[in-house]
Design a protein around this ligand. Structure first.
Ligand code: GDP
Length: 444
């Protein structure tokens, strides 16, 4: 469904990547075209606007890494912002609650709610061999109840027996009771939809939610309805409260804007996408993969990522060199702290540095954990360049200023300085060794 958008974007960005240098005007022109392409794909105006704004800001401030062109850099920025707009990380259905975990499905009639209910049930039983019970709460359309029973047989998942004359909240409660008695792990409640967004449907959904207290409330929305799907999500969220969205008919030739706007407008993640009528046509919504599909420039993105990783390695090697010479100042320490954060905190770092047991104890003695890393960076950031080069000039009044500037205490500054002194001394002592203590970082 992203075909058109994909073609437009790669056309625009291809032009940029083939040039050696880029002027601000080049980027501006390209961004205007990207904005137009987004709007034509039915992306909400605000979302398109802030997307462009973020790309432009980052494109202006970015250091171009040697070995990639400015245009390739822009592609990478556009890609990253697409991922952010789509919601960053893939979010699975959350089953982290006492069994039976209730999942409530809401949405308009014809959006694919019943089909999706069965698809999810199939996926849960297939993947984790979980025991799932499905229940139709559509008291207005006996055919809908029948449809769920038929699909249940097809995917070999139990459905709650139909009892005439019960209200939807009563059926929901009966389903949960039955799930408890039958030791089911998950119970999926397929609520009734209506042709259009109306108050009766919302009120009924809200009643069911109160009765069932579901762990997940998933809106099933038809991607082909574009902006309407986004508005629907907003209304349902305000009135009933959603935990996530399943977008169906992503296999159709919609323009894709709904998928792009959904997260930004509603704040709710798209968790799954329906990609066909078959029972296994359900996929996890993975923002990185979708962004890749939209941009179709995976090669360039990974090229820039690799180049960026090399830059970090080069920086680390430079720092290691300075350490060997015994010129380890607070700017270097700041660099190390940043590297530590990037490398997965202290635990990840230690494994990479040979001969560091001694320092490990020292860092542990300084009570270095990962939130501390951030505070320590803040302390160094609040110093003047002169102070970073020569920490000996840090007397009481300077320390007070730094503490105020970084939101920390003077004792913390003292601890940091002590740690730095210890590290610098040790590095000097190890200077004779062939490999500096941080040399391992360069190969990390
Ligand atoms: P409900 O009224 O919301 O319960 O909708 P249904 O589950 O009955 O689905 C309506 C129609 O949409 C059925 O023919 C489904 O096979 C079809 N459908 C559901 N999801 C998808 C999807 O992801 N892709 C396509 N192409 N068709 C779908």
């Amino acid at each position: 469904m992203f075909d058109n958008l994909s073609q437009r974007l790669s056309g625009i960005l291809d032009g940029l990547t083939r040039r050696g240098a880029l002027s601000a005007t080049d980027v501006d022109t390209a961004m205007r075209e990207v904005r137009r392409a987004l709007l034509e794909a039915d992306v909400a105006l605000d979302v398109a606007r802030s997307f462009i704004e973020r790309v432009r800001e980052r494109a202006v401030g970015v250091d171009v890494i040697k070995s990639v062109t400015p245009g390739q850099m822009v592609v990478k920025i556009v890609h990253d912002e697409l991922v952010t707009t789509l919601g960053s990380d893939a979010q699975a259905i959350d089953l982290n609650a006492p069994a039976p975990v209730a999942i409530m499905m809401v949405g308009l009639q014809g959006s694919g709610k019943t089909t999706t209910t069965a698809k999810i049930a199939k996926r849960l039983t297939d993947l984790g061999k979980r025991k799932v019970l499905m229940a139709s709460l559509d008291t207005r359309r006996p055919a809908a109840m029948e449809q769920l029973a038929v699909l249940g047989k097809q995917v070999e998942v139990d459905t709650l027996p139909i009892v005439q004359g019960q209200t939807p909240p009563q059926i929901a409660k009966r389903a949960i009771e039955a799930a408890k008695l039958g030791s089911y792990d998950v119970v999926i409640l397929d609520t009734a939809g209506r042709i259009t967004l109306d108050e009766a449907m919302m009120a009924e959904a809200a009643d069911v939610k109160r009765a069932a207290d579901p762990h997940e409330v998933l809106l099933v929305a038809d991607a082909l309805t574009g902006q309407d799907a986004v508005n629907l999500a907003r209304s349902f969220d305000e009135r009933v409260g959603l935990t996530g969205i399943v977008m169906t008919r992503v296999d159709g030739d919609g323009r894709g804007g709904a998928a792009l706007s959904m997260r930004a407008v509603t704040g709710k993640p798209i968790k799954l996408i329906g990609t066909g009528e078959k029972m296994d046509a359900l996929e996890t919504f993975d923002p990185a993969r979708i962004a890749g599909r939209i941009l179709g420039m995976g090669d360039i993105v990974s090229l820039v990522e690799k180049a960026a990783a090399n830059i970090d390695a080069e920086k680390a090697a430079r720092t290691a060199e300075r350490m060997r010479k015994g010129a380890f100042d607070l700017t270097d320490l700041r660099e190390q702290l940043t590297q530590m954060q990037k490398l997965g905190g202290l635990g990840g770092l230690m494994g990479m540095i040979p001969g560091v047991a001694k320092m490990k104890n020292q860092l542990a003695a300084a009570n270095l954990d990962d939130s501390l890393l951030k505070r320590q960076c803040a302390i160094i950031d609040s110093m003047t360049p002169k102070e970073r080069r020569n920490p000996d000039i840090l007397k009481a009044s300077r320390k007070k200023r730094i503490a105020a500037g970084s939101g920390t205490k003077v004792e913390e500054i003292n601890k940091l300085l002590k740690m730095h002194r210890g590290m610098a001394d040790m590095m000097k002592a190890m200077g004779g060794a062939k490999r500096g203590p941080m040399a391992g970082l360069a190969n990390a």
